[in-house]
Design a protein around this ligand. Structure first.
Ligand SMILES: [Zn+2]
Ligand SMILES: [Zn+2]
Length: 318
C-alpha cells in the first residue's frame, strides 16, 4: 500500500509498504481518509522516541473490518494509546499511562500516514455526520486541549492566560473560553491570534503582564523559556499547566514554587467524546487552522511545509 515511512533517518514515500497484518482479536482495520501532521511527527523525523515505521496519529478513516458490528463501514477517529489491557493502569481505565503501551505512529505501532491502519476497538469513536473529515482530524489535539479542564477546576471568575499561538495554543484558547473564564491568549503573530480574536477572545502580541497576574497560566509556547514566564505571571497558589515538551529544559527555580505554593500540572492526551461534541455543536472552530492539504504522495513535501516557522495545520489526503 501507499505510505510515508520513516527509516534510517529518512522520511520517504513508498507504494509498496506491506498492508497491516490481519487485525488481531478486538482490533479494527481502518482505511484512512485524512490525517494531520503535528509537532510530534516533525520531532519524530529528528529522531524523537527512536521511532521507525509509518508516523501519523491524527486521523479520520472508515472501518473496513471489525469484531464490533456497530463500527463497520462507519467513519471513526481513534485514541492513540494502546494499553496492554492487563496491568493495574489498564484495569483502572488509565491505559494512556500503561507502562507497556504502544502509541499509534509514535511508539511500536505503525500510524496514519498510510492507506490502512489497525487499532483496538476500544480506541474508536464514531464521527457524527455534522463533523467533516477535515474537522475530525483535529479531534486528537482538541481532546488534548480538553484534558486541561479534566485535570483542573476552572472557575468563570478565574484569570487565565494561554501562552502560545501555535496549533495547540489556538485550540486550548477556544476550549478554555467555553468555561467562561477571564481569558487572554498571548502569542507572537497577530494574524494567528486573529483566529481566536474573531471568536471574542482577548489576545495580545506584547504580553507585558504584571507579575502574579493570573490564577492559571497554560504553557503552549513550545519553548523552554515558556515556563519562566508562566512562573512570573502566575499568582501565589495559582496553577501552571504544561502542554509543551521541549528537548532541552533549563534549570527551574523550584524554591519559588514552594514559597508561592504554585501547582504545576503536566497535561498530555485527553478525552475524545467532548472534542467530538464541541465540533458537532460548532462551539470550537478548527477550520481556520488548516493551512494546506497535500496528497499522501507529496507527504515529504508536506512535512517540509509543516516545519516552516509559524505554519498552522497541514493535512494529508490519503
Ligand atoms: Zn499530535
Ligand atoms: Zn497496561
Amino acid at each position: 500500500m501507499r505510505a510515508l515511512v520513516y527509516q534510517n533517518n529518512e522520511l520517504r514515500f513508498t507504494r509498496d509498504h506491506s498492508v497491516p497484518t490481519k487485525p488481531k482479536y478486538n482490533e479494527a482495520l481502518i482505511r484512512v481518509t485524512h490525517a494531520g501532521i503535528c509537532g510530534t511527527d516533525l520531532e519524530i523525523t529528528k529522531g524523537y522516541m527512536g521511532f521507525q515505521g509509518v508516523p501519523g496519529h491524527e486521523f479520520v478513516g472508515i472501518v473496513e473490518s471489525c469484531g464490533e458490528e456497530r463500527f463497520v463501514g462507519k467513519r471513526v477517529v481513534g485514541e492513540i494509546n494502546v494499553g496492554c489491557g492487563v496491568c493495574p493502569s489498564c484495569l483502572n481505565r488509565r491505559r494512556n499511562h500503561c507502562p507497556n503501551r504502544s502509541v499509534l505512529g509514535i511508539l511500536n505501532k505503525d500510524g496514519a500516514f498510510a492507506e490502512q491502519l489497525t487499532l483496538s476497538n476500544k480506541n474508536l469513536h464514531l464521527v457524527p455526520d455534522l463533523v467533516t473529515d477535515e474537522e475530525a482530524v483535529f479531534v486528537e489535539p482538541l481532546a488534548a486541549a480538553f484534558e486541561i479542564t479534566q485535570q483542573i477546576p476552572l472557575r468563570p471568575t478565574d484569570k487565565v492566560c494561554v501562552m502560545g499561538d501555535g496549533r495547540l495554543g489556538l485550540l486550548v484558547s477556544q476550549v478554555l473560553a467555553l468555561t467562561g473564564c477571564n481569558l487572554v491568549a498571548a502569542g507572537r503573530y497577530e494574524e494567528k491570534l486573529a483566529i481566536v480574536k474573531e471568536r471574542g477572545i482577548d489576545t495580545t502580541c506584547n504580553p507585558d503582564f504584571p507579575q502574579n497576574e493570573f490564577d492559571v497560566v497554560v504553557d503552549c509556547s513550545g519553548s523552554a523559556a515558556g515556563f519562566d514566564l508562566a512562573r512570573k505571571w502566575v499568582k501565589p497558589r495559582g496553577t501552571i499547566v504544561l502542554k509543551t515538551t521541549v528537548a532541552e529544559r533549563e534549570a527551574v527555580d523550584l524554591n519559588s514554587l514552594v514559597i508561592d505554593e504554585v501547582t504545576v500540572v503536566g497535561s498530555r492526551c485527553g478525552p475524545f467524546a467532548p472534542a467530538l461534541r464541541a465540533l458537532a455543536m460548532k462551539s470550537v472552530d478548527v477550520r481556520p487552522l488548516i493551512e494546506k492539504t497535500f496528497p499522501l504522495e507529496e507527504g515529504v513535501e508536506a512535512f517540509h511545509y509543516a516545519s516552516q516557522k509559524g505554519a498552522l495545520k497541514v493535512l494529508l489526503r490519503i
